[in-house]
Design a protein around this ligand. Structure first.
Ligand SMILES: *[C@@H]1O[C@H](CO)[C@@H](O)[C@H](O)[C@H]1NC(C)=O
Length: 377
């Protein structure tokens, strides 16, 4: 029932957006957003986190203003008016989804982040990058994975209640892979930065680009890869350069192992955490940051903006990230995960993912493919 009413609403939207492309309504809409109509301070805090307020949903004018504000905040530029209109439709659909979920669930919340003008299909195609076929190197293939698990003997009842490697100076700033399926490189580098800081006391940001360009044996640059192949490359190539010496380009480049001088950081090899064993994962995580793989392609994940995530996701691994701690909040046990979608996604670039789900694979498959680099003193 596409009523005449709806049609006229659409043309009003079109007219306003057209004005906006000339730059005029952008400023006025931003100014118009300084309002506080929420029922309580808690509500207004909540809605400032998620990027909209309930009133935004009640009128088309408000939606347009919200969209324009979002466009300005995220510095979006659209090639044409048609494209902008199309993005507005996607934005509205995402906002509807976000608001529905926020009304339904309480342990985590979704927000209008930088992905708000992307359909879930577009998001999936662009911001992930884990290849699980062919699978990661097998232990018999002569890789530097040893097949052993050095934390097997750790007593579970002696583990600290919580660990946060960020507070221990073993985690660099949150990075942004951008439109390149290079998550595997970011996941690898975060784990190597971690063990290097723990062993040497020197937290140094390292190069994802070197892995994209040079770790091609098993890995496929912006088209995906697997962390274990990347550990293998680092162990056998003499190490990794710093981020500064070999900066990120968001695209595949020529391998330059002499970039800016010597490799800064070496590892000895890597080990896999026994799959499907959360206790083993926590034992390892108590000792160092880990590379983990998850299914991150879901719409809840796309818009996660805080809380302990226990939302719907499968265990079809499609994204590489780094586990950098664990803890509990209000009776919910979680793993702290560093993502590579910039510091505006999630909780300043991180997501707390529920553990103790009772499923061997863990939430979103996080227990399925964890591994870590080893480094001799
Ligand atoms: C830390 O490591 C980097 C990279 O190798 C090096 O440039 C820097 O001098 C080191 N810092 C300290 C304090 O040793």
């Amino acid at each position: 029932m596409a009523s005449a009413h709806q049609m006229s609403k659409l043309s009003v939207a079109a007219a306003l957006l057209l004005l906006c492309t000339a730059g005029a309504c952008l400023l006025s809409s931003v100014e118009a957003r300084h309002h506080h109509h929420s029922d309580s301070d808690m509500d207004s805090d909540f809605y400032s986190i998620v990027g909209y307020s309930p009133e935004d949903l009640v009128s088309h004018d408000r939606l347009i203003k919200l969209f324009e504000e979002w466009v300005a905040k995220h510095r979006k530029a659209y090639a044409s008016f048609e494209e902008k209109l199309r993005r507005f439709e996607v934005f509205k659909d995402n906002l509807k989804h976000i608001d529905e979920i926020n009304k339904k669930v309480s342990s985590y919340w979704l927000g209008l982040n930088a992905f708000a003008d992307l359909t879930n299909e577009e998001f999936k195609a662009t911001y992930l990058g884990l290849n699980t076929r062919p699978s990661r190197p097998t232990r018999s293939s002569g890789s530097s994975g040893s097949g052993s698990f050095r934390y097997a003997g750790v007593a579970a009842d002696e583990l600290p209640k919580e660990v946060d490697w960020r507070k221990k100076g073993a985690v660099t700033e949150v990075k942004n892979q951008g439109q390149c399926g290079s998550c595997w490189a970011f996941s690898t580098v975060a784990a190597v930065e971690g063990i290097n800081a723990i062993v040497t006391g020197n937290l140094t940001s390292l190069s994802e680009q070197e892995l994209i360009d040079c770790s091609t044996d098993g890995n496929n640059g912006c088209n995906g890869g697997v962390m274990d192949y990347a550990f293998s490359y680092i162990a056998s190539s003499g190490g990794l350069h710093t981020e500064e010496a070999y900066p990120y380009l968001m695209e595949e480049g020529e391998c330059d192992q002499k970039a800016g001088g010597e490799q800064a950081v070496t590892i000895s090899g890597y080990e896999d955490v026994p799959a499907g064993n959360e206790e083993a994962l926590v034992k390892a995580l108590a000792h160092q940051p880990l590379s983990v793989a998850i299914e991150a392609s879901g719409r809840h994940f796309q818009f996660y903006s805080g809380g302990v995530f226990d939302g719907p996701c499968g265990a079809q691994l499609d994204h590489g990230v780094a586990a950098v701690g664990y803890g509990s909040s209000k009776g919910q046990d979680y793993i702290v995960v560093k993502n590579s979608w910039g510091s505006h996604w999630g909780e300043k670039g991180y997501i707390r993912m529920k553990r103790g789900t009772g499923k061997p694979d863990g939430l979103c498959g996080i227990n399925k493919m964890a591994s870590y680099p080893t480094k001799d003193q």
